[in-house]
Design a protein around this ligand. Structure first.
Ligand SMILES: [Zn+2]
Length: 409
């Protein structure tokens, strides 16, 4: 078993140790007799840092730390190890920025979880630490904005009071009498307790601050329903400052675009969305009117042949919807229209339509045509549409189809 130095001192960033075991597969790794490196567990993610070989000054980067079922701490290394045997003396160095960040998040979590218990008797059922935020799952059927704000306020008050945070080792029996917020289901008799003075007692193996003031602050973020209750995202310490900074930067950018104060951004966005909705409605109306006018003009200039008006047109820079609209107008304004329309961009597309009662099958013709152009499409007897990968060949396909349709019989 590795002697875990962080159990007693979370602020120990450098230590001496002896190699117990070297591993090569699947990745190079070292097991030491003692270590201050925290292995991923209990919701907290692992430390990173370096291990230096005392005699050779060989520097090994520790990229991941995990513990094994039999209590060893395994330090995974970036590169293979040279000439290191059991018994070799090493120095370990932990990345202090990352460790401090993890302490702020994890101690912050204890304070926050306890605040939810004190205020609303809501218990935390799980804790997750990601690279940029953390989350707890609360066992509760409902969670209001007011409750979130009250818990955030209480947690920050406990931080401002700068209460002591002590590590205590007790037996399971003693722990039972202490009124712990959380007792783990494990077979070990000795429990490690994190004691936030007169506020929270919970069994935990993580790294924690000495005083709540070192957490800095807690900022609650997203709340969402999950299967077990509610998931609440939060950030503590420097992460909270970084997150608030990022929010401010983004909001300022939005405010600048709207020429508004940042607090007026929602109101301005609402106003803009209303305007867009109004303009879209107007544009739809105009598009409809334009299509009607265009359809009338096209019908007027198209001569009748075999008792019907065959319209063949290829457009550029029109979307499928606009040529569809034109096809609808053509076949409604005239009772004998057959329209073979296409657009070459932005997306090469085809629309075939006929006035009700005309003898062709537009769906079948569309299928035949797109098949020759490597596209897909289909529709009903009177209206069909299709899409093709390239505009090349559209006009040829339409004119040979037109020829076929105008041949009597
Ligand atoms: Zn914990």
């Amino acid at each position: 078993m590795t002697n875990r130095l962080y159990y007693h001192d979370s602020f120990l960033y450098a230590f001496d140790a002896e190699v117990r075991q070297t591993l090569e597969n699947p990745r190079p790794a070292l097991v030491l007799d003692r270590s201050a490196f925290y292995p991923t567990s209990g919701g907290q993610v692992h430390d990173i840092g370096t291990i230096t070989i005392a005699d050779s000054n060989q520097n090994l980067r520790v990229t991941e730390v995990r513990d094994t079922e039999d209590g060893r701490v395994v330090h995974y290394l970036e590169a293979p190890i040279k000439d290191v045997k059991p018994g070799t003396r090493v120095h370990g160095y932990i990345d202090p920025t990352r460790r401090r960040d993890h302490m702020q998040q994890h101690s912050g979590q204890h304070v926050l979880s306890a605040a939810f218990v004190h205020l609303f008797d809501m218990h935390t059922v799980s804790f997750h630490m990601a690279d940029d935020y953390c989350s707890i799952d609360l066992d509760t059927p409902s969670l209001t904005k007011e409750q979130i704000e009250a818990a955030e306020r209480m947690a920050n008050e406990i931080i401002l009071e700068n209460r002591r945070v002590d590590i205590r080792f007790v037996t399971r029996e003693e722990a039972g009498k202490m009124g712990l917020r959380k007792i783990p289901i494990a077979d070990r008799d000795e429990l490690r307790i994190i004691d936030i003075r007169d506020f929270d007692l919970s069994a935990c193996g993580g790294t924690h601050v000495h005083q709540t003031g070192q957490i800095g602050c807690i900022l609650l973020r997203k709340a969402e329903r999950v299967r077990q209750g509610w998931r609440l995202e939060f950030v503590a310490g420097q992460r909270a400052v970084a997150t608030a900074r990022r929010d401010f930067t983004e909001l300022t950018e939005a405010a600048t675009m709207l020429s508004a104060h940042i607090y007026d951004v929602p109101q301005q966005v609402r106003k803009s969305l209303d305007e867009i909705r109004g303009l879209r409605k107007q544009a739809d109306l105009s598009r409809d009117e334009l299509a009607t006018l265009q359809a009338s003009a096209v019908l007027a200039e198209t001569p009748e042949a075999n008792g019907r008006k065959l319209i063949v047109r290829t457009f550029a820079d029109r979307d499928l919807n606009s040529i569809k609209l034109l096809a609808q107008k053509l076949t409604r304004l005239a009772s004998n229209a057959v329209a073979l329309l296409a657009t070459t961009s932005p997306q090469p597309s085809l629309v075939f339509a006929q006035s009700p009662g005309q003898p062709f099958d537009m769906g079948a013709l569309m299928k035949q045509t797109v098949a020759t152009l490597n596209g897909r499409g289909g529709g009903t007897r009177d209206m069909a549409q299709g899409g093709i990968p390239k505009a090349y060949g559209i006009e040829g396909a339409l004119s040979s189809l037109a020829q076929h349709l105008s041949t009597p019989g």
